[in-house]
Design a binder for this molecule. Structure first.
Ligand SMILES: [Zn+2]
Ligand SMILES: [Zn+2]
Length: 377
């Protein structure tokens, strides 16, 4: 964490200032419902006659670049290959698209890709704009922020270098609350099941960590935004702010605000600058605002889709160390049957190796239910 005053990489950007400068002073004229209103708006903004705007629109229209046979959207463009083209590259593209319909081949191919953390299944779907009810349509003017959430950072002694990896990329609207983003972030630590279950492995799961430890905060610039939606939430940032008060540290002062009362448009940010999301006590995720722009009509117009997941790291499942086939479901400590400590087992292997025919525990070990991050969407 770094005090904003000590950094001069580039200026802090007010999201509301951006919206005011580019959204309300210029694009407010473009809240239009028909072609005529659009021409009138452009005419007023450019201070030229409507006829000239119409001619310009005609001459400069992207339609003039088309041949009449283009796919209507990106999804169609990437999935339909024309039959009447003899180019080798097109033929290979078509063959690859066919082969990737097979799940095994697609997973293999994606692991080999240079940009393997891109999940192609998140491509935008065909436009269904007309089916969106008015009450859940986006309102103009607004901004869109691209936010990258990284995988949890673990403080490990002896490790001098740890590569930070992007886990999710979201598009959020400026009008949305920070808590809306928090609710969309998926972390395997939220699904941890507390406690040793070795005495009774078939006992049903009653609580996940997210049901017990509900607190969390975002740290953006010089402010902690704490989630206080639950009555038993605690202020995780309190001890950090107290620690930072020591003048010798030359940090802060830091502010404390409420996550669910703060919209993204209220933020001051630096694009590309690392900030923090912390939950489950000490599970830290680095977050980065990568882009800030105005919302336009090519974006998804349904508020319910936001924060919209647009990028997701492909995950490799954790295999059972015994059969090397099934996904791990148990994390076992101090097992005499395990090649390493701790060790991952699938459910059948875990029970076969650690219990007798009456399901009585053999030996002394601790077993924790394990949820593979591969299993979370
Ligand atoms: Zn986490
Ligand atoms: Zn197994």
């Amino acid at each position: 964490m770094e005090a904003s005053a000590s950094s001069n990489v580039h200026d802090v950007l007010s999201v509301r200032g951006f919206l005011t400068q580019f959204g309300e002073t210029t694009l407010s004229d473009f809240q239009i419902n028909s072609k005529d209103e659009e021409l009138q708006a452009f005419s007023k903004y450019m201070d030229i006659p409507v006829e000239d705007v119409a001619e310009l629109a005609n001459v400069c229209s992207p339609e003039t670049l088309k041949c009449g046979h283009e796919p209507i959207d990106r999804y169609t463009l990437l999935t339909r290959v024309p039959d009447d083209i003899e180019l080798t590259s097109v033929r290979l593209q078509k063959r690859e698209a066919e082969r990737r319909k097979d799940t095994v081949y697609r997973n293999f191919a994606q692991r080999k890709m240079k940009y393997k953390n891109f999940d192609g299944r998140l491509l935008p779907e065909a436009n269904v704009d007309n089916q969106i009810p008015d009450e859940v349509r986006v309102t103009y003017p607004d901004v869109i922020l691209l936010v990258y959430v990284h995988k949890p950072y673990y403080h490990t002694q002896g490790v001098t270098r740890q590569i930070l990896k992007i886990d999710h990329g979201f598009l959020v609207l400026g009008s949305q609350k920070l808590s809306d983003l928090r609710d969309r972030i998926r972390c395997v630590n939220d699904l941890a099941v507390p406690g040793d279950h070795s005495e009774n492995p078939d006992s049903p799961v009653q609580y996940y960590a997210k049901d017990i430890f509900k607190s969390g905060f975002f740290f953006i610039e010089d402010t902690f935004y704490n989630d206080f939606r639950e009555p038993d939430s605690v202020d995780y940032s309190h001890c950090i702010r107290e620690w930072a008060k020591d003048p010798a540290r030359k940090l802060g002062p830091y502010q404390n605000k409420v996550m669910e009362e703060t919209s993204f448009v209220d933020l001051n940010i630096k694009l590309g600058h690392p900030y923090v999301y912390q939950h489950q006590g000490d599970c830290e995720h680095l977050i980065v605002f990568s882009d800030l722009r105005l919302l336009d009509r090519d974006d998804c117009q349904d508020v319910r889709e936001y924060p919209k997941l647009i990028k997701r790291m492909l995950r490799r499942r954790t295999e059972c160390r015994s059969c090397l086939t099934h996904s791990a479901r148990w994390l076992v400590y101090n097992s005499e049957m395990a090649p390493e400590n701790p060790c991952y087992f699938c459910d059948p292997c875990f029970k076969a190796l650690h219990y007798d025919k009456n399901m009585a525990k053999i030996g002394t070990f601790e077993a924790f239910k394990y949820f593979d991050s591969h299993a979370i969407v």
